[in-house]
Design a protein around this ligand. Structure first.
Ligand SMILES: *[C@@H]1O[C@H](CO)[C@@H](O)[C@H](O)[C@H]1NC(C)=O
Ligand SMILES: *[C@@H]1O[C@H](CO)[C@@H](O)[C@H](O)[C@H]1NC(C)=O
Ligand SMILES: *[C@@H]1O[C@H](CO)[C@@H](O)[C@H](O)[C@H]1NC(C)=O
Ligand SMILES: *[C@@H]1O[C@H](CO)[C@@H](O)[C@H](O)[C@H]1NC(C)=O
Ligand SMILES: *[C@@H]1O[C@H](CO)[C@@H](O)[C@H](O)[C@H]1NC(C)=O
Ligand SMILES: *[C@@H]1O[C@H](CO)[C@@H](O)[C@H](O)[C@H]1NC(C)=O
Length: 503
């Protein structure tokens, strides 16, 4: 878990230039401590270049993907890697100098080993270890939206959107053709890429290729950003960068969103604006205190009352932006990206891990879909003939809606036998909206452990803040108590106090 402090360092570092929050580096840190047995290397994801050579990374090298086939499964997971973006000549040149691996395939290894939802290990990945896994490295720096081919005038091409389409086409003869489910997922910029491409992927499979039996769904991780006013002036305000970037990438956003924001189509890169226009089913995974959001907001380590309040409000704004989202998992932690971390199962909300939450959503939406396909129309007619039926159905729907928004404490762990449970209890457990209630970062104990950046030792939140130069005097001032009281205060009490600050 060296990685966590690393990413926290990234977040708290005063942000200038184009320091990304890089899931790639996190993975490398984590896999270095991982025992690579012969078995796991036989199961590694293997490199495949795209069949269409004119679809390239930024530098003109061939784009591609990593594949692990599973002949016993009809499920496919396609994962989009994250790693920020560049948005003008200057930022792209910088990226080329400092983070070239995000712009070229020239150094791609033959195999990759990715954790979490792409792990072949049933302990690490109980619900999808046996699925067909596709990992697409991010080498287009365009939030997976670009449609700009190379030209002699420009140094780089931006073809992220083409890459995804071509990967889909290329895996069809490798088995996607006969599959039943496709989960398009990704973290960070890859999470944004999921939202931007999901409807197009569904159209490609269902309308263009007529593979309508494939149920296409999306899971976006840590790609749901807010276009809000930064805490302090910053050299890379998200809004300005996206506006410029979209132009440079020739960014493609979903049709209905583009119509909705015809004067400002770049707004469609922001999840809460894009979401209501999406036609496909989407599950949103997002830390309420996302490090990348803190980074673009340029808020830094919370030392002053203004900073505490700003961070607090950021969590509130994120929570509010999920108001109309039907499936969401949002823990109150400071972190960034979740799905490919090896310890992704340890974070829980009301005793449910993100994997369990997504799995139960998958089962339920699959049932709903097959029901709809079978007898949707007939059912509607039945209700209209029977007044009582209409009222009942309405009441039922209303109740369901209310239940959905309510986070219930869970009494039992999800067991393997979900299928055999009586309908009632299954319904009760399968809550698709899990938003942590506490409003202060790290306030609940299932958050990833924080680690001291210098010693690697586990530490609590207050210690962490101290290590970033938190001045206990100003905290005491901000809270209106004296330093001695503050120092003697129980951790839980202190968090409690901080939590009450906004109300
Ligand atoms: C990795 O695991 C294998 C078998 O479980 C063991 O023989 C080997 O010593 C381990 N290697 C390391 C570096 O821990
Ligand atoms: C390859 O991709 C390019 C860019 O999308 C497209 O114009 C071209 O028609 C494709 N070629 C083939 C053979 O599919
Ligand atoms: C899909 O199934 C059909 C019929 O069984 C078979 O002919 C075809 O080869 C399969 N496609 C792939 C990619 O396995
Ligand atoms: C949720 O939907 C309602 C009704 O359409 C709308 O008024 C409200 O602004 C939406 N909330 C968010 C956060 O988008
Ligand atoms: C913290 O987690 C526990 C167990 O998941 C839950 O019962 C409790 O409500 C949570 N507290 C807050 C403030 O969210
Ligand atoms: C519609 O109503 C009829 C008679 O009440 C019933 O037999 C039939 O199963 C219903 N169909 C559906 C799809 O609910």
């Amino acid at each position: 878990m060296v990685s966590l402090w690393f990413s926290i360092c990234m977040a708290f570092r005063s942000s200038h230039g184009d320091q990304p929050i890089s899931t790639n580096i996190i993975q490398r840190f984590e896999s270095s401590g991982h025992n690579q047995t012969q078995e796991s290397s036989a199961k590694a994801l293997k490199k495949v270049f795209l069949s269409n050579r004119s679809i390239t990374c930024n530098d003109g090298s061939q784009a591609g993907f990593y594949l692990r086939r599973s002949h016993s499964s009809t499920k496919w997971i396609i994962f989009l890697e994250g790693g920020w973006y560049c948005y003008d000549a200057h930022s792209c040149r910088n990226r080329w100098l400092k983070q070239r691996h995000y712009m070229t395939s020239s150094k791609w290894p033959e195999t990759r080993d990715v954790g979490g939802i792409l792990s072949p290990n049933p302990k690490e990945n109980p619900f999808w270890f046996n699925a067909n896994h596709v990992f697409i490295p991010y080498c287009t720096s365009d939030s997976w939206s670009g449609t700009k081919p190379p030209s002699p005038r420009d140094m780089f091409s931006f073809m992220g959107s083409f890459v995804i389409r071509q990967v889909i086409r290329d895996v069809i003869p490798l088995g996607l053709e006969n599959s039943t489910d496709l989960l398009l997922t990704g973290s960070s910029a890859g999470g944004t890429g999921v939202m931007l491409n999901l409807d197009y992927v569904k159209e490609l499979l269902h309308d263009e290729l007529e593979l309508t039996q494939i149920n296409v769904r999306g899971v976006t991780d840590s790609g749901w950003f807010l276009d809000r006013t930064p805490y302090a002036p910053t050299t890379k305000p998200a809004v300005e960068a996206i506006r410029k970037g979209m132009e440079m990438w020739r960014g493609k956003v979903p049709r209905r969103c583009r119509e909705e924001y015809s004067n400002e189509p770049w707004r469609c890169y922001f999840g809460y604006r894009l979401y209501p226009t999406l036609k496909s089913e989407l599950f949103v995974v997002q830390w309420l205190f996302d490090e990348a959001q803190m980074d673009v907001d340029n808020v830094g380590a919370p030392v002053t009352k203004q900073q505490w309040d700003y961070i607090h409000k950021m969590g509130d704004s994120l929570r509010h932006s999920f108001e109309n989202v039907s499936a969401v998992f949002a823990p109150s932690c400071i972190s960034h990206s979740m799905l490919t971390k090896r310890d992704w199962q340890t974070v829980k909300i009301d005793d449910v891990s993100v994997g369990e939450a997504i799995h139960c959503w998958e089962l339920k939406t699959a049932r709903r879909r097959s029901k709809r396909l079978k007898n949707g129309a007939k059912r509607k007619r039945n209700y209209s003939f029977n007044g009582d039926g209409v009222a009942k159905a309405k009441r039922k729907r209303r109740n369901r809606k209310i239940q959905k928004n309510k986070i219930r404490p869970r009494k039992h762990k999800v067991s393997r036998s979900v299928h055999q449970k009586p309908r009632r209890s299954r319904k009760r457990r399968c809550v698709h909206r899990r938003l942590e209630r506490c409003s202060w970062p790290q306030c609940n104990h299932s958050c990833p452990r924080l680690h001291n950046p210098f010693t690697g030792e586990e530490m609590d939140f207050i210690e962490l803040l101290k290590s970033f130069g938190l001045d206990m005097n100003s905290v005491a001032d901000a809270l209106g108590i004296d330093l001695q009281t503050l120092n003697n205060m129980d951790h839980a009490d202190l968090l409690n106090l901080l939590t009450q600050q906004t109300s």
